[in-house]
Design a protein around this ligand. Structure first.
Ligand code: ADP
Length: 317
């Protein structure tokens, strides 16, 4: 089915991203609650229509680990993108005891109560790796923007990826403004994007971002030091030349080995998704009983206690 604005009732704002806002909306014809992302682009109509056509491939991106795509349309210079509504939001707002990553103190990172329990971390990682493997094998695309904000979760405990790069035109239009203060880019990608006009990197760059995201979830904060937040150059230098981040104390040898393998500086040495799924860290997840529903409920409660709205508190930038 095709979606258009006349059929939509806006329920409230879920969050603001770098390029526009995300609203919770009700789609009347189907009775489905959706998340609608508005992306403001200064492009002419033919380019906007090109993006809508490129997004069509998303109708094939149906997997348990991928946020479902319902449709997209344009109004004036905006692209509206309708997807499955994930009622617990993005992972970054659930970890660190609900403290925003930027406010989390170093000592909090060592507080076991704020830590994501290893079975939960394993389950999240397994979902992310399976989702990325699906995108690569079934759609021949890499994600390009793996980070905790782009991993969504719901109260059923389902973990799904969103915001992957399917539209070349959209990527191109967004890239100009995409200078984040916290980079999840692999060292070789940073080098390639800063030096070459025509960046070359492969799917193994996403594996780096998986490793960095796991460390962030475990610590509850972005793994590179806060001094580097305000200085893009310092941060990129730390990623390229500094030691790779590691998990905080308390995680198993398997977990540490998994992260170390993802965060190797040489992209050729990083495991493939198939290899990651065979790693003991993820093999242990296969038959494990993990109370994701309970973990999400407790994390939402902590987030509410901290006075952060149950909707998304993260501001862009
Ligand atoms: P960014 O540009 O920082 O990646 P987005 O624009 O993708 O952010 O999203 C902003 C916020 O909106 C997210 O952090 C998330 O909490 C919320 N959000 C995005 N998509 C959904 C969804 N499908 N369901 C629920 N919340 C969502």
């Amino acid at each position: 089915f095709k979606i258009n604005m006349d059929e939509i009732e806006v329920e409230g704002e879920l969050g603001k991203g770098n390029y526009g806002s995300v609203h919770k909306v009700f789609h009347r014809p189907t009775g489905v609650m959706m998340a609608m992302k508005e992306i403001r682009l200064e492009l002419d109509e033919s380019k906007l229509n090109g993006i809508i056509m490129e997004l069509d491939i998303l109708h094939r991106a149906k997997a348990p680990e991928i946020v479902e795509f319902f449709g997209a349309f344009t109004i004036e210079s905006c692209v509206y993108y309708c997807m499955e509504y994930m009622d617990a939001g993005s992972l970054d707002t659930l970890t660190g005891g609900g403290v925003l990553a930027k406010d989390l103190k170093e000592e909090d990172a060592e507080n076991p109560e704020l830590r994501v329990p290893e079975p939960v971390l394993r389950r999240i990682t397994a979902a992310v790796v399976r989702g990325l493997g699906f995108l690569k094998d079934e759609l021949q695309i890499m994600h390009r923007d793996v980070k905790p904000t782009n991993v969504l979760i719901n109260k059923k405990g389902e973990i799904k990826l969103c915001d992957f790069g399917v539209s070349g035109q959209l990527e191109k239009s967004l890239a100009k403004t995409n200078i984040g203060c916290q980079s999840y880019m692999a060292p070789e990608r940073i080098k390639s994007e800063t030096v070459n006009q025509n960046p070359t990197y492969t799917v193994s760059s996403d594996v780096w971002s998986v490793g960095l995201s796991i460390v962030e979830l475990a610590k509850g904060c972005y793994p590179y030091p806060p001094e580097t937040f305000a200085n893009v150059f310092a941060q990129l230098t730390a990623i390229v030349n500094g030691a790779a981040p590691t998990l905080p104390k308390g995680y198993s040898d398997d977990a540490n080995d998994f992260v170390a393998k993802c965060l190797q500086k040489d992209p050729n040495r990083r495991p493939t998704y198939g290899e990651l799924l065979q790693h003991p860290f993820l093999v242990a997840d296969i038959d494990a009983e993990v109370d994701m529903v309970g973990w999400v409920a407790a994390a939402l409660e902590r987030r509410a206690e901290r006075g952060i709205s149950s909707l998304n508190p993260i501001q862009a930038g």
